[in-house]
Design a protein around this ligand. Sequence first.
Ligand code: SF4
Ligand code: SF4
Length: 315
Amino acid sequence: MEQSELTGGYIFDIQGFSVHDGPGCRTLIFFKGCPLRCLWCSNPEGIRPYPEPLYKESKCLFDLYCLQACHHQAISVHVGQDNPRIDFEREKCRKCNTYDCVKACLTGALGQGGYFISLTDLYARIERDRLYWGQQGGITLTGGEPFAQPEFAANLLKRCYNALIHTAVETCGEVPWENIEPSLKWLDWIFFDLKHMDEAAHKHLTSSSGHRILENARRLADSFEGRMVFRFPLVPGLNDSDENIRATAGFILSTGRTELNILPVHHLGREKYLLSGQSYKLPGLEMTARDQLITIQNRFTELGVKCYLGSETPF
Ligand code: SF4
Ligand code: SF4
């Protein structure tokens, strides 16, 4: 067995039949762990780099079987003014490899967010999905941040690429260049997120200044031989000013690439924040109206960027 067969990594979901993240019908693999803390993140269960319990309070009977089952003293009961609830010190779950709490819970109040998967098992799943892709299709690694697990990402991409499977990655770019570079020769497409061009605003929105992201974007645009499409999560009032649109367009064109996919943010991930013990940071956010989206798309086009809107992408 090759060394790469023995490796694997942490993921939190696999979704088949996606038609928005690369050509044809695709299988998306959601990597666990992300270095950014974007205020609008729609996959909060993908942020921590390790598996964790996901807790649905409405299904909890407070019988405390989970507390008795946990060998890491990660669970406590919180009794406040409202109903009691179970609390988790999820940092302690980093050491866990049993998830006994989930096994002990009989009501479905606990689920496991994320799991280790071997390359062999993951590839078997991909091969199964391949039967349904049709003439086009392939895999897209997303997350979380795929390049936060660089060896796993590179090994998986290599195996698929060598099997003539179309490969794509969606990255936030906030990783060392050394994490990205080994995957490049096994990749056909890269989706690269841009969130804001102003350092202070980027820090406020994501917890990072974005400096390394732009540096990686430039290096990728220069050295990557496949298709590179920038992605812009549009957050009304936070990054949709004309000044930022002009700066974003200017940056894209300065790299020599020309394609941008606008992704209007949505509230679909809101419920998942509670499951993973986090608070949703943009509860009052209004969605961008359709005519405003088209105005922004037209503005990017006017500035020389080939701009695709949301899921109306030609791929
Ligand atoms: S995942 Fe493991 S450490 Fe965390 S609460 Fe459950 S049993 Fe305890
Ligand atoms: S075992 Fe399940 S139902 Fe019982 S207290 Fe824990 S989470 Fe709630």
